[in-house]
Design a protein around this ligand. Sequence first.
Ligand SMILES: C[S@@+](CC[C@H](N)C(=O)[O-])C[C@H]1O[C@@H](n2cnc3c(N)ncnc32)[C@H](O)[C@@H]1O
Length: 206
Amino acid sequence: MKLNAGFYRLFRAPKSRFLRVHLGPGQRNYLQGWINVDANMFTGKCDVWANLSDGLPFRQDSVDAIYSHHVVEHLPDLNFHFREIFRILKPGGVFRVGGPNGDTALRKYLENDLVWFSDFPVKHNSIGGKLENFIFCRCEHLTILTPSFLQELASEAGFVDVKTVLPKIQSYHPKLFDQAVMALEWETTPDAPHTLILEGQKPRGI
Ligand SMILES: C[S@@+](CC[C@H](N)C(=O)[O-])C[C@H]1O[C@@H](n2cnc3c(N)ncnc32)[C@H](O)[C@@H]1O
């Protein structure tokens, strides 16, 4: 996989055209018109087979928009990942990154709101079990995502205009993150979102 991604980055990654990259589409979320990148090419559909932990298989300053949904919580080094997102975006390029909303989960835990939590991937009856299930997802998630943590990662990488947005209904860049993107987001409770989404921009003129 590392060789494949290295070869793609050096010889096949587009240089100059309008380019949108979708990280971790999974089994059902392939986006037409985007370059879809995933480590798992057997159960899902992707264009580039690569491990995001090794870096992003694109040239510096070559990408207009990056989208990922419920992927970053699986990665071991988020500082490195946000620096990679910054490296490959063109000046003025934007990202939209989302994952499990730790802030809402902690609030719902304190409110003892058993109904807000789902039974995926494990069914628990206790509020503590439900919180553990949401945050760690049977040990598949490596971190807890909160707005201030994601803001810190993005700002340290150099991004500006970093803002949280509501899943499914809100974007500061609707021409790039269009209806096809919003359709992938499955949020049903905008007052207590399960998914935390952050958008940000690489400064122009650098
Ligand atoms: C929970 S699924 C999310 C799928 C889809 N984005 C969605 O919102 O339903 C996580 C996806 O990220 C991919 N993924 C996780 N870690 C990865 C890594 N290190 N490199 C590349 N893809 C990874 C998995 O293969 C999977 O397709």
